[in-house]
Design a protein. Structure first.
Length: 228
């Protein structure tokens, strides 16, 4: 894609502030009336500022897409710290928190820097990794959430098969990578808690989490190829 100038952070924040407020309003509709609107909006704006500061247009991702998980992740993180989430409810939004952590790591990695083929592959890898986050997180979601998705029995069965493949693929990862994914997605541990167990900083565990998801995606791609 060549060199793409970085947009002005302040301009991005000003342009997408209504978008951040809309995401905050969407989250507020699902929360008890006792939750302070200003707290949610403030967290959404903080997520927007963080997204604008980290955004790299050379990665080929639209800012609106990039900011989505950063904004929602910031809101959920703030609500959790304020004690608004019960444990089961927090488990339901684990996917978006995981996607937010991955997007943070993705924004710090150097872009592919190749031609259109490499750029397309980079975007496909990003999409595939986010899908893996989603499928892994489904194990912790309630039946009510699954029922509300409007999915057909066939698609639910396909999702279940894919989750089983993901679980099997995780067992083939190196020990540290496996421990991070199992701890986060299956044992309800926060990345900070996993870091304490492994003797690693949170920033390093975030990097291991991102790398593990990418390794997992590679295993999922290689399995059908080997079967052929």
């Amino acid at each position: 894609m060549g060199s793409v100038p970085k947009p002005n952070t302040g301009n991005l924040v000003d342009s997408f502030r209504p978008y951040a407020h809309a995401l905050a309003a969407e989250i507020l509709r699902k929360l008890p009336p006792s939750v302070e609107k200003d707290d949610v909006v403030g967290a959404a704006e903080l997520g927007l500022v963080e997204a604008a500061a980290a955004f790299d247009p050379s990665r080929g991702v639209l800012f609106k897409t990039f900011a989505y998980y950063r904004i929602r992740g910031a809101v959920y993180d703030a609500l959790r710290k304020m004690g608004w989430f019960s444990k089961p409810l927090y488990d339901q939004i684990k996917f978006e928190m995981a996607a937010n952590e991955y997007m943070k790591d993705y924004s710090t990695a150097p872009p592919a820097g190749g031609g259109p083929g490499e750029d397309l592959q980079d975007l496909q890898n990003l999409t595939g990794t986010i899908v893996s986050c989603y499928l892994l997180s489904l194990d912790e979601m309630t039946g009510e959430l699954a029922d509300s998705s409007g999915a057909t029995p066939e698609s639910l069965y396909a999702q279940q098969e894919e989750r089983q493949r993901l679980r099997e693929a995780i067992t083939h990862l190196p020990d540290k990578n496996r421990q991070v994914l199992e701890g986060y997605y299956f044992q309800n541990l926060r990345l900070e808690e996993i870091g304490q167990q492994l003797g690693l900083s949170k920033s390093w565990v975030c990097r291991v989490h991102a790398k593990s998801l990418e390794m997992l995606r590679g295993l999922m791609i290689a399995e059908p190829a080997a079967a052929r």
